[in-house]
Structure formats: C-alpha cells, structure tokens
Design a protein. Structure first.
Ligand SMILES: Nc1ncnc2c1ncn2[C@@H]1O[C@H](COP(=O)(O)OP(=O)(O)OP(=O)(O)O)[C@@H](O)[C@H]1O
Ligand SMILES: [Mg+2]
Length: 469
C-alpha cells in the first residue's frame, strides 16, 4: 500500500467523505486518525439535522491546534468561496504555539496572503480566517456583533459560559449553502470547565449527542509531539495527570492533593545541619489563623517544612514573638558557631498581598511587622501555579515518583488542612476556599502559607509550557 492509499484508508475508517480526503491531500495536509475523526464530525455540520458544534481534544498534546486550523483553512475555506472564519485564542505570556508558525507549516501548498498586522489570512477564493487574539474576555467584544460562517475557539475552557454564549450569537451566515458552526479545542480545567463538560463531554460519554460532537484525543494520539513534551505529560501527578494526560473531566469532584501520603511526606525528625537555606512564609489573619511556616532546602533540592506558628485573635506583637520563638527552636551553624536561628538568617520572609495593603488608618500589617524586626516581602500569590508547584513536589509515591516536599509532624495545622482541601468545582485547578468555623476548626490558611513558601522558587520551563504562563 502506498502512503496515499494508507491515508485514504485511515480517512475512510474515520468517516471522512472521499471528497474531503482529496481536498486535504491536495492541500498537502496529512491528519492523524483522531484528527480525521474530528474532520468527519465537522462535515456532519453540513446536514440540516447535524450538529452545530464540534469539540476536539480534552487532554494535552492531542494535536488540537493543528487540527483546528487545518479544518478551517484546508477544508472549509477551500470548499466554500468567500467563507468568513474567526479563530479565537487566548494569548499567554509564554505561548509557544504561534499562529504564524502553524500557518506556514499548514498552508505551504495553498496560495494565500497573510497580514500579520491585521491578523487576517486570505485565500485565493476570497475565504478568510480572522485570527482573534485575546488577553482577557473583554477583548473579545471587538469581534462580537458581526457574523461568522465558522468560529474556531482554541482552549474553549478559558472562556466563561457567558462569553461563550455571546460568541455563539455570532455564529450566523447569509450564505445559502452553508450551515454556521463552532469548532472548539480544549483541555479540562479553567473557568469554562463546567459548561464545556455539560455541553460536550457528558453527551459524548452517554452516547446521546445532538447539537454537539466531541472527539477525544490525548497525547498518544499525536505522533508529532516532541518526546520531551510527552515525557513531561507522562510524569505529571495528581489531578494534572488525570486531566491533562488521561483526559479525565471528573477532576472537579473531591480531594485536591490526592498524592499526599503521610508515610511518605511527613518526617518525624529533621537534622537542622542539613539545611542550606532557611525561609519563612506568612498567611495573615485576625479572626482567621495567622500561620507562619519555617522551611529550608537541603543540598538535593528538597524542601522541608520544619515548623509552624499558628494562632488566631492575636495582635502582631504577640505573633512576632511567637515567630521568633519558632525560629529559636532551630539552630544554624555547627560546633562552636552553632546558635539559634534568627530572622536575619532567613533568605526571605514572604507574605500574601493583603499584608501590604493600607488599612483605614493608613498603615499596613507589613509595616507593623517591620517595626517588630520582621521584614516581609510579597509572596508569589498566583494560586493555580502555587498549587501546581506543591502537587509536583508531593510526587506520586504510588506511581513511583518520589516527593521533594517533606513536612515535619509538628506542623499540625498544615497536616490537618492539606489532605482535606477540595477542588473548586468552577475552577478545578484551584483549591476551593474554606474558612475556619467559629472554633477555629478547618480553614485553608496553613495551605496558603505553604503555597507562598514553595511558590517563590524559580519554576521549570516544562511546567510553564503546561500551565500556559
Ligand atoms: N497531523 C499532523 N501533522 C504534522 N504535525 C502535527 C500534526 N498534528 C499535530 N502536529 C504537531 O504536533 C505538535 C503538537 O500539536 P498541537 O500543538 O496541535 O497539539 P495541542 O493538542 O494543541 O497541544 P497543547 O495541549 O499543548 O495545546 C505540533 O508541533 C503540531 O504541529
Ligand atoms: Mg494547542
């Protein structure tokens, strides 16, 4: 069998009409089996009783971005002259995939013009793709109010349900032989997780799809991923592995730190001479707990949380004394140079942003602590990346990934709080916020302090690509 015959056979299995395959071949676009299945679903939108929305992916690295542009440009735009398409995508700070790269790779054999300035790609038959980039949802308003024959949404769960509805109203056409449609690609997680799951995933799993079709694809369905990216995905732990590697959309239910294992991450003893660098983090509260954690790194890059100060209804004076007493329980130096740890020995002492905001009398909590000899710096307060960092460090003992974060058993409040934290159902990659009850039971203050403590470390490139920041 020639490569072409193999391609034609794969497309037939996927359900692509013959004419569609010929069109892709003419454009020099070779799609993989799951991508072909998504393209076949896109053709179902032509039928009067067919779907009006096709979703593709549902996990990381399944060839989503590639498929979406290929389907719009190499199939739809070619078969319908004068087609007007909008491709919406959120741009992150380190967005490695670039429309420009993808365009060059995909449309080498299709004559077209591209204005990078206007973000418009125009084919010889007058069909065009408007590349709509947005930073925040309000930027999308610039594209609303017009009609588009095809709307493509990259990473649809980056949109709220409301914004998705606004966009849907622009899926209209004045062409006689065209049914307007929305194609989307997505991963679990994000503010749009819940609506996407209900609209696409649940009907797909139940086998009762009407207006929608969903074609799942995972990293293993795309043979063009670079091996490093595949490895990063395979080595994820906790909910990230379930969501991004396995394509599991049920992550919103239940415990957040599923890889927390007392026997693996909790230490009974810690020898202070192992510490290379000492640092502290504070989560401030008055009716809530004020939690300060003392941590250190060892020579192997492990983080140890060795002590905790947690009290409520105290003023800064009393906390400062308590925190200094906590430091004094540990020693720095060896032999004749050994002495109790003090604030000056800390590499950093970080706290949440609230500590730096002005109160009604014009002062800040940070200023009060500074007067008491504790200079606080603002912590990295990015919740999602902070939780992700903790998750990575907890490892996955059951899956053979060793932890790099250890907690001393004297950190009672932290150890009580960590395993009970839940996913936020509206934003599953975030922890659901909880307050302590009037007796001070529960609450997430200790976990916030832990997040500040570990998130100050420079983060790896691979994880940055995954989290899109
Ligand atoms: N059919 C194909 N032919 C050639 N290369 C492909 C094909 N499908 C995907 N690729 C390549 O595989 C890599 C990953 O694909 P893509 O970026 O589309 O995946 P993705 O699902 O969007 O990933 P992410 O979850 O990271 O956004 C890209 O370099 C892409 O060009
Ligand atoms: Mg992508």
């Amino acid at each position: 069998m020639t490569a072409l015959e193999r391609y034609a056979a794969a497309a037939r299995v996927a359900g692509c009409p013959r004419e569609q395959v010929e069109r892709l071949v003419r454009a020099g676009v070779v799609l993989q089996p799951r991508q072909l299945a998504a393209s076949a679903a896109a053709r179902l939108c032509d039928h009067p009783d067919g779907p009006t929305a096709v979703g593709y992916g549902g996990a990381r690295g399944g060839g989503k971005s590639h498929w979406l542009l290929a389907q719009m440009g190499a199939d739809d735009c070619q078969r319908m002259p004068g087609l007007k398409c909008l491709l919406l995508r959120k741009v992150g700070r380190a967005n490695l995939e670039n429309f420009e790269d993808l365009r060059r790779r995909l449309f080498g054999a299709l004559p077209h013009e591209f204005s990078a300035y206007r973000g418009v790609l125009k084919f010889a038959n007058g069909s065009r793709i408007i590349a709509g980039h947005f930073q925040s949802e309000k930027d999308i308003d610039a594209y609303l109010g017009l009609e588009y024959d095809v709307i493509g949404i990259e990473e649809a769960t980056t949109l709220s349900s409301r914004k998705h509805q606004d966009i849907s109203t622009c899926s209209r056409t004045s062409k006689a032989h065209w049914r307007p449609r929305i194609y989307s690609t997505t991963n679990p997680g994000g503010i749009g997780h819940a609506w996407y799951r209900v609209r696409f995933i649940v009907p797909h799993l139940k086998g009762v799809e009407r207006e929608t079709r969903f074609v799942p694809a995972k990293v293993g369905d795309n043979h063009f991923n670079n091996p490093e990216y595949t490895r990063v995905l395979a080595n994820l732990t906790g909910w990230q592995k379930r969501a991004w590697f396995d394509g599991d959309w049920d992550i919103a239910a239940g415990q957040f730190f599923t890889t927390f294992r007392r026997e693996a991450q909790v230490v009974e003893e810690f020898d202070d001479t192992r510490a290379r660098e000492w640092f502290c983090a504070l989560d401030y509260g008055f009716t809530h707990y004020t939690v300060a954690l003392l941590g250190c790194t060892d020579g192997d890059g492990n983080v140890f949380v060795v002590d905790e100060h947690a009290e409520r209804l105290w003023l800064p004076q009393r906390h400062a004394a308590g925190i200094k007493a906590m430091l004094g329980r540990h020693a720095i130096g060896v032999g004749a140079n050994k002495r109790p740890l003090a604030v000056v020995d800390l590499k950093r002492f970080v706290a949440g942003a609230d500590v730096f905001s002005r109160q009604s009398d014009g002062s800040t909590v940070a200023a009060q602590y500074a007067k008491l000899g504790i200079t606080l710096r603002v912590a990295n307060t990015d919740r999602i990346n902070g939780w992700a960092e903790i998750l990575q460090r907890l490892g996955d003992v059951d899956g053979g990934v060793r932890p790099t974060l250890f907690i001393h058993r004297r950190c009672a409040r932290l150890l009580e709080c960590l395993p009970v934290l839940q996913h936020d159902p509206n934003r599953p990659e975030d922890v659901l916020k909880v307050d302590a009850d009037e007796d001070g039971i529960g609450g997430d203050d200790a976990a916030d302090a832990l997040r500040y403590l570990v998130a100050t470390k420079t983060r790896g490139l691979a994880l940055r690509k995954l989290t899109g920041v």
